[in-house]
Design a protein around this ligand. Structure first.
Ligand SMILES: [Ca+2]
Ligand SMILES: [Ca+2]
Ligand SMILES: [Zn+2]
Length: 741
């Protein structure tokens, strides 16, 4: 090689000479106020923090390899929020791994509901083939119309098992419609559980006279499709909505199917309106959507099949099964399916599902308040199915032969009968044992008296409890969930809580360990929030946010404010430094030029009769190295035309991505630096060429400073400098190097 040989300079410059500061990344913007976090966002982040914290592993029955994924935030009433999670285990969906975290509007966690009772410890390799599982599932039905491919899952209703879930649709041996989930043990091939989405009700035609229903169309083309309640429509067995040339529907005849759709649409519209007005629920499905309705089922029956409701007729075939409590019942099954935990498994859960139908039927009947069908707590009182009046009596289930009281035989009781105790509980909470509004008296199983709190409050408590439902719900779980709901919904009163509890005692569902208690008028309390919840400033500038307080119990009190978690060189000032709960303070965080770049969680603490905190996320840009630290790279000898030599720096504490401009200062001692190729290797292995060999690079024995864009790299980790002499002439060394992020 004809390269020019240079004489080594006398001495290298000292290592660690002044290094350039990282420039302000292009992404750093002046502070912009972010919108006030909605309760749903506060709830989601609080619940995520809870689910993500190591201290809750046992509460959540965590196992190695399981993961909880947030699936939604459901709004209850009075600010309550329900954050739902689904679980996977080593990537497999876990049926029965569901979790619900309840918070208030400020994001304070109130309760946690966990379906699972034990952490999962199963192998994930099936020894039974999917084809065998599919065949086993098909054999559960007499007639199979459709069958979905089996999915490998973990079933955690009870002791966790590796299973295939197969969904088959068709008819049972009794000729009833079925949409069946079959769980086949993936190790033994045995069926371990099955769940039918089809929920049957029974009813009879009833006419609400001339009513206004929402339909679509104009001119000479109309459809029984509700334009204001998405998804709601009514028609015959082919699933299409009835249409017509005018917007006049039905003829008032009990055998006319369009008339049945008038009843069904009117009832469904009242139910959807009731859910919104009383429970803040958006549609039957909770997301604004509603299932469609079919009439004309050629059967003495009505059912929800997991995706639509279908109504038949009475035995005499003179009326359709579309009175409001039957419509409310079937759509109540849909509400049950579209609340956390979905439709579970077994007779006790099935009974709860049936009772939920009856409860929503009674709620809808009460909300509609038609003089043609006065509100009551009988189910299908207009039915003349077999000539003996209502099919169920919520105030006294035994009138139809159903149990009034819970007992250990409920899990083996037919589902409509197993609904009896919960129907009875609902009645006692709503009306009590001796109502004064004309509703009938109700007996209790412990000879106690209960004073009701109104159907709307009973519904609100049950509905909110349903938002913390899990797939393993039993009567005992509802006791716990409704006590939590009563306490959370009415934090300043024990009346509702005590009624709920008395009603559970009155139907023989025993106290559960750890259940909530209500201790009378609560002590004064307050809540704390910051808005905006985050801000970004250049080092040396100030950020401000408003700290709001509210009185949540008792009377107002003095709240003293403080801040912690500030980065170095920053100070926090509250103006004023203490407030009366209900008023606000302005927090100013002043940073200095020496405040390191990075993102910091600043905890704002309010201290009064209790202590509450809120988090403000502060991003500082343009400051020095982000708080990273790392020792200098170690000395290495550069062999003569040998392989690349490596020197490593482990950097930690960056907590951010690297800046757009980072510098690497390398103290090179080498006979001829032009021989060298120098690369910087990021912790993820990405290599950045700092220097190529160059014949004309004459400097020897110097500190060379290279600038490199590392904005796409995480700062923390082991950074390597690789140096190689590409020609066989010289030797030398690197005497330390420094990376500035
Ligand atoms: Ca009635
Ligand atoms: Ca009724
Ligand atoms: Zn039903």
């Amino acid at each position: 090689m004809g390269r020019r040989k240079l004489i080594p300079a006398a001495a290298a410059l000292a290592a660690g000479a002044a290094l350039t500061l990282a420039a302000t990344p292009a992404s750093a913007q002046p502070q912009t106020p972010s919108p006030t976090p909605a309760p749903a966002a506060l709830a989601a982040s609080a619940a995520d923090r809870l689910v993500g914290s190591a201290g809750t592993s046992s509460l959540l029955r965590r196992a190695d390899g399981d993961a909880l994924k947030r699936t939604g935030v459901v709004q209850g009433t009075r600010g309550l929020q329900y954050v739902t999670y689904a679980r996977t285990f080593k990537g497999l969906p876990v049926v029965g791994g569901d979790v619900v975290v309840t918070t208030d509007a400020a994001g304070t966690v109130k309760d946690t509901a966990v379906a699972q009772t034990a952490p999962i410890a199963v192998g994930t390799t099936a020894t039974v083939s999917a084809a065998r599982a599919a065949a086993t599932a098909r054999a559960r039905l007499a007639e199979v119309d459709t069958a979905a491919a089996p999915q490998l899952k973990v079933l955690a209703w009870g002791a966790p098992k590796l299973v295939y879930e197969s969904v088959v649709a068709g008819r049972t041996a009794q000729g009833r419609p079925s949409h069946l989930h079959v769980f086949v043990d993936a190790r033994t091939g045995k069926v371990v559980d099955q769940v039918d989405d089809v929920r049957e009700g029974t009813g009879n035609g009833y006419y609400y006279g001339t009513v206004t229903i929402n339909t679509s169309g104009s001119g000479s083309s109309y459809s029984m499709t509700d334009p204001t309640r998405p998804g709601l429509k009514c028609g015959g067995q082919n699933g299409s909505a009835y249409t017509g040339t005018d917007d006049v529907w039905g003829n008032g005849s009990g055998t006319n199917l369009e008339t049945a759709c008038v009843d069904a649409m009117w009832g469904a519209q009242r139910e959807i309106d009731m859910l919104a007005a009383w429970f803040n629920r958006n549609g039957i499905q909770g997301n604004g959507s509603n299932p469609p309705i079919r009439v004309g089922l050629n059967d003495v029956n009505a059912y929800w099949n997991g995706s639509y409701v279908n109504f038949g007729h009475n035995q005499a075939n003179t009326r359709q099964a579309t009175p409001i409590d039957v419509v409310g019942h079937e759509l109540g099954h849909a509400v049950f399916q579209y609340t956390p935990g979905g439709a579970g498994s077994g007779n006790e859960n099935g009974g709860i599902n049936e009772s939920t139908g009856d409860i929503f039927g009674a709620l809808t009947e009460a909300y509609a308040n038609s003089p043609l069908d006065p509100p009551d707590y009988s189910v299908g009182e207009e039915v003349d199915l077999v000539g003996d009046g209502p099919i169920r009596y919520m105030y006294n289930p035994s009138l139809a032969g159903d149990p009034n009281c819970w007992s250990t035989s409920i899990p083996s009781t037919e589902v409509h009968s197993a609904a009896g105790p919960l129907n009875h509980w609902f009645y006692l909470v709503a009306e009590g044992t001796a109502p004064t509004d004309g509703q009938p008296a109700s007996p209790t199983c412990n000879s106690s008296s209960v004073t009701g709190i109104s159907i709307r409050k009973a519904g609100e408590i049950y509905y909110n409890a349903m938002q913390a439902k899990t797939s393993t719900w039993k009567y005992a779980n509802i006791r716990t969930a409704t006590l939590n709901a009563a306490k959370n919904l009415y934090p300043n009163s024990c009346t509702e809580f005590n009624t709920v509890k008395a009603a559970w005692n009155a139907i023989s569902v025993p106290a559960q360990s750890g259940e909530a208690t209500c201790t009378g008028t609560p002590s004064n309390d307050f809540s704390l929030s910051v808005s905006p919840a985050s801000g970004s400033v250049a080092a040396g500038s100030s950020a401000t946010t408003t700290v709001a307080t509210a009185t949540t119990a008792g009377s107002a009190q003095t709240v003293t404010l403080s801040a912690s978690g500030l980065p170095s060189g920053a100070t926090a000032t509250f103006s004023p430094a203490s407030v009366t709960s209900g008023s606000s303070s302005t927090l100013t965080i002043a940073t200095s030029a020496s405040t390191p770049s990075g993102t910091y969680a600043v905890t704002v603490t309010g201290t009064g009769s209790a202590t509450h905190t809120a988090t403000y996320t502060l991003t500082v840009t343009g400051g020095p190295g982000g708080g990273c630290s790392g020792t200098n790279g170690t000395d290495v000898s550069i062999p003569d035309a040998g392989p690349a030599v490596t020197s490593t720096i482990t950097i930690s504490g960056c907590g951010r991505n690297g800046s757009a401009t980072s510098t690497v200062a390398v103290n090179i001692r080498h006979t001829y630096r032009g021989d060298l190729v120098v690369d910087l290797v990021a912790p993820d292995g990405t290599s950045y060429r700092l220097k190529n060999s160059s014949l004309f690079d004459g400097a020897d024995n110097v500190i060379a400073t290279y600038t490199v864009n590392l904005s796409a790299k995480a700062g923390d980790g082991a950074w390597k400098l690789q140096v190689r002499d590409v020609y066989s002439q010289d030797t030398g060394s690197i005497d330390t190097w420094t990376l500035t992020l």
